[in-house]
Write a protein that binds this ligand. Structure first.
Ligand code: 13P
Ligand code: SF4
Length: 340
């Protein structure tokens, strides 16, 4: 029976633990089998106890598995929502159940708080596709052209940019600048998607999300044949041929809002696969067809890793002050523009 740093033990699945976690299980029972719950529940109980003791809040991205999202998440959402709400929390400690760039956002917005990322290998292929030096070279190549960076980038890259955006507000942010041209980094597909909707000329970078680039237009057409009447929703990090086949394109939270508004009978979410489980919990009457493209980085975050992180108060995010202060400006400008 492992002991936590603050004398919480991870117990067996006792009747007490079963009682304490019963209301959570009632919500997720359609997506988590009982036999798995017996493993998750004691860790969930230990994490929730430790969160109170540490005055910690747990931010969970929509791609986290349901036992994290519903079991221990306090603030859940897309990367814009986590940035907005994370900046407002009064807690001393933020545990980021998402990826490294999201934890950096939390640190930039709350430099005096402890920001824990349960596994430092929770990266992102988009963030890895560009460096601060690359951005400096782009600025030399296109003097005076503003740089809009997708928030899926390192703090160093954001420090070099004029403004950040997420998939929920990219078009609005680009148009808010009032210029004829912008440099848009690093997601080429998101950049192409926005370019098709605006007169602003967009200079692109060749980064992509290794999860969303795997979808194809052909795959979407097959869903329509196999499931007549299906509502197809896609994340704008997908390639253009995929987005052309979709009925709706939006950020992860945009897709959830769309399901709530339209309540389609059958849905396929062309995005990371835990998202469908999480949304299915909220909309039991909607049938979800679940393609499974996992984000290997999001999946580094597990209940045992979260517990360990809260026990040891590590690993914690640290960003050099000058980078953090410059990156904060581009984030604050984005937050001032808000959601599309
Ligand atoms: P959202 O901003 O839509 O939550 O997306 C973040 C992300 O990493 C998508 O792959
Ligand atoms: Fe990065 Fe893609 Fe994973 Fe999102 S899904 S964190 S963009 S690799």
């Amino acid at each position: 029976m492992p002991e936590t740093a603050t004398n919480h033990s991870v117990q067996e699945f006792t009747p007490d633990i079963q009682n304490r976690t019963a209301s959570i299980y009632e919500r997720v029972k359609h997506v988590i089998p009982e036999v798995e719950w017996a493993i998750h529940a004691p860790v969930i109980a230990a994490i929730n106890d430790l969160k109170r003791e540490r005055n910690a809040v747990l931010l969970a991205h929509n791609y986290q598995t349901p036992e994290i999202f519903y079991g221990v998440g306090d603030i859940c959402g897309d990367s814009l929502g986590l940035a907005q709400k994370g900046a407002e929390t009064e807690a001393d400690v933020i545990v980021m159940c998402g990826v490294h760039f999201m934890a950096e956002t939390a640190k930039i917005m709350s430099p005096d708080k402890t920001i824990l990322l349960p596994d430092m290998d929770a990266g992102c292929s988009l963030a890895a596709s560009i460096t601060g030096a690359d951005v400096r070279r782009l600025k030399e190549q296109y003097p005076g052209v503003p740089v809009v960076t997708y928030v899926n980038t390192t703090a160093e890259v954001r420090a070099e940019a004029d403004i950040c955006c997420t998939s929920a507000n990219a078009l609005k942010i680009i148009e808010s600048l009032g210029t004829e041209r912008v440099i848009f980094i690093p997601d080429e597909y998101l950049g192409q998607y926005v370019a098709a909707q605006t007169d602003v000329e967009i200079i692109l970078w060749k980064g992509c999300c290794e999860v969303h680039e795997r979808f194809t237009g052909e795959e979407l057409r097959e869903y329509r044949t196999s499931y007549p009447g299906i509502h197809v929703m896609a994340h704008p990090e997908c390639p253009q041929d995929v987005l052309k086949e979709a009925d709706f394109v939006g950020s992860t939270t945009g897709m959830i809002q769309h399901v709530a508004e339209e309540q389609p009978e059958k849905v396929v979410l062309i995005t990371e696969c835990s998202m469908s489980d999480n949304v299915a919990v909220e909309f039991p009457s909607v049938e979800f067809i679940k393609p499974c493209n996992l984000c290997p980085y999001m999946k580094k975050i597990t209940l045992p890793a979260i517990l360990r992180s809260l026990q040891t108060m590590s690993p914690a995010i640290d960003i050099p002050r000058d980078i953090s202060e410059r990156a904060r400006l581009s984030l604050e400008k984005m937050l001032a523009v808000g959601r599309a």
